[in-house]
Design a protein around this ligand. Structure first.
Ligand SMILES: Nc1ncnc2c1ncn2[C@@H]1O[C@H](COP(=O)(O)OP(=O)(O)O)[C@@H](O)[C@H]1O
Ligand SMILES: [Mg+2]
Length: 227
């Protein structure tokens, strides 16, 4: 039995806007083991992004608990959650969220530079390795605006993985790419997962791509439903 790296217990989330309350997550359980690849599919508005935010400590659940590496995570303060996020989690979004003024190398190095103990030479080596690994060793000094959509997503993957996270959370990472590029990005994700023994939780609209996961979860109106 593998170790559980990320777990949600009966997580709910509601948003209140004046008098109306929207129940977005309605009591979700989830368990992700070391190295496991889980995909989540569901219609737009079903609560997938909200769940990823809650799992990643970017937002708090209304009720329920989140555990990261066995440690209760959701009830910690902002700074502690930020620290644990940097240690154990990597994020990839539909839109790359790279910093436009910085080169590919600087963008990838950033999560390591944020660590107090970081050594500039080692950080640079690690960032270069990851960019080489995603096939971009010839684009180190390019800024995001000088890269194609697929290349930008590769840089975003390299940035998410440079810290060797226990879990990568990806929210429609290929939603903005053509199908051929999307398939390549998924292949790369699978390779990187093996190399780093990293768990992956990927939200996707694409049922075909979702099928390459160990486990597929279907979400509808904030709860899991059978396929
Ligand atoms: N900050 C927020 N305030 C109010 N409603 C929100 C907020 N974030 C998300 N929602 C609502 O929650 C529902 C689920 O959103 P989301 O998690 O983004 O779905 P998905 O990612 O599956 O498309 C939507 O109806 C959305 O309008
Ligand atoms: Mg979403």
């Amino acid at each position: 039995m593998n170790k559980t790296v990320l777990e949600a217990k009966q997580v709910t989330k509601h948003f209140t806007d004046g008098k109306t309350t929207v129940d977005v997550l309605r009591g979700l359980d989830l368990k992700i083991e070391q190295g496991q690849f889980v995909s989540i599919v569901g219609a737009s508005g079903s609560g997938k992004s909200t769940l990823l935010h809650v799992l990643g400590g970017l937002d708090r659940p209304s009720q329920g608990e989140v555990y990261l590496n066995g440690q209760r995570f959701d009830n910690l303060g902002e700074a502690e959650r930020g620290y644990l996020r940097n240690q154990y989690l990597g994020f990839v979004y539909q839109f790359h969220h790279l910093l436009p003024e910085f080169s590919a190398l600087e963008n990838v190095a950033m999560p390591l530079m944020l660590r107090k103990e970081s050594n500039f030479k080692e950080v640079k080596q690690q960032a270069e390795y990851l960019l080489d690994r995603v096939g971009l060793s010839h684009r180190l000094t390019h800024k995001p605006g000088e890269l194609s959509g697929g290349e930008r997503q590769r840089v975003a993957l390299a940035r998410a993985i440079v810290t060797k996270p226990a879990v990568m959370l990806a929210d429609e990472p290929t939603g903005n790419l053509d199908r051929k590029t999307a398939i390549k990005i998924f292949e790369l994700l699978r390779e990187l997962r093996r190399e780093f023994n990293m768990a992956m939780l990927i939200v996707t609209h694409d049922e075909e791509l979702a099928k390459s996961a160990d486990t597929i979860l279907h979400m509808q109106d904030g709860i899991w439903v059978p396929d």
